[in-house]
Design a protein around this ligand. Structure first.
Ligand SMILES: [Zn+2]
Ligand SMILES: [Zn+2]
Length: 229
């Protein structure tokens, strides 16, 4: 994402204005001297503008204090690299969920392990949903469970739990009519894995109502998507 006048704030779409003094990054919390910010005072730091998307996502989630998975997912995917659709969506939801569970005191996963899992999910290519039946977003449900239960290829219950989590997510994604929408797939996965974490892993999580806050920004957003509103 380039911070230029006319393109607007990724969070609220207000145009950029010249700014002076230190500003706090809306994504990662960095404070640094700013040249531009939006009319609502939002600023995006140099690192968050220029870092590799995997690094950017990891850093935001490592620093976040957010406990609402929808709020954190919507914040991270407000970044310009998440305009439209694409394989960059494969590796966002997992670190968001791990961060939220950490902030609720329900998980304590080393950041190295999360970054390694981001790397594995980022290897799932674009179009794999249609080519192989493996949606990278859906697979991130299994990655969350794997980090939590330490599954290995030879473990029994843990590995099967990982497969069930991803399988549930794939089924949830497939229930939505129409072509691919990576935001819809992520929200369907979030809905499915949240239930899985509560009911299968026994984590103390309240039910959540999943809604898409960015559908107006998706040019080919599907009419009738159940996450609108
Ligand atoms: Zn703004
Ligand atoms: Zn930042």
């Amino acid at each position: 994402m380039t911070m230029i006048k006319g393109r607007g704030c990724p969070l609220c779409d207000e145009p950029w204005q010249e700014a002076a003094g230190k500003n706090r990054c809306l994504f990662c919390g960095n404070e640094e001297p700013a040249e531009f910010r939006c009319a609502n005072g939002h600023y995006v730091c140099e690192d968050c503008r220029t870092a590799d998307p995997r690094e950017m996502v990891a850093r935001i989630c490592e620093r976040s204090k957010e406990t609402d998975p929808l709020a954190l997912w919507h914040l991270v995917t407000a970044h310009g690299v998440f305009h439209g659709h694409g394989p960059q969506f494969h590796f966002v939801l997992m670190p968001v969920l791990i961060a939220v569970l950490r902030n609720r005191g329900l998980a304590d996963i080393a950041s190295d392990a999360v970054r390694k899992a981001i790397g594995r999910l980022s290897e799932i290519p674009a179009l794999s949903c249609a080519d192989t039946g493996l949606c990278g977003v859906g697979a991130s449900a299994g990655a969350v469970v794997s980090l939590l239960n330490g599954a290995t290829p030879v473990s029994d219950g843990e590995r099967r739990a990982v497969l069930r989590a991803s399988g549930n997510a794939m089924l949830a994604i497939a229930r939505h009519p129409g072509g691919r929408c990576c935001r819809q797939s992520a929200l369907a996965t979030l809905e499915a894995v949240w239930v899985f974490l509560r009911e299968d892993l026994g984590l103390a999580l309240e039910p959540i109502a999943v809604r898409c806050r960015h559908f107006a920004r998706v040019a080919d957003c599907k009419a009738g998507c159940t996450y609108h509103g």
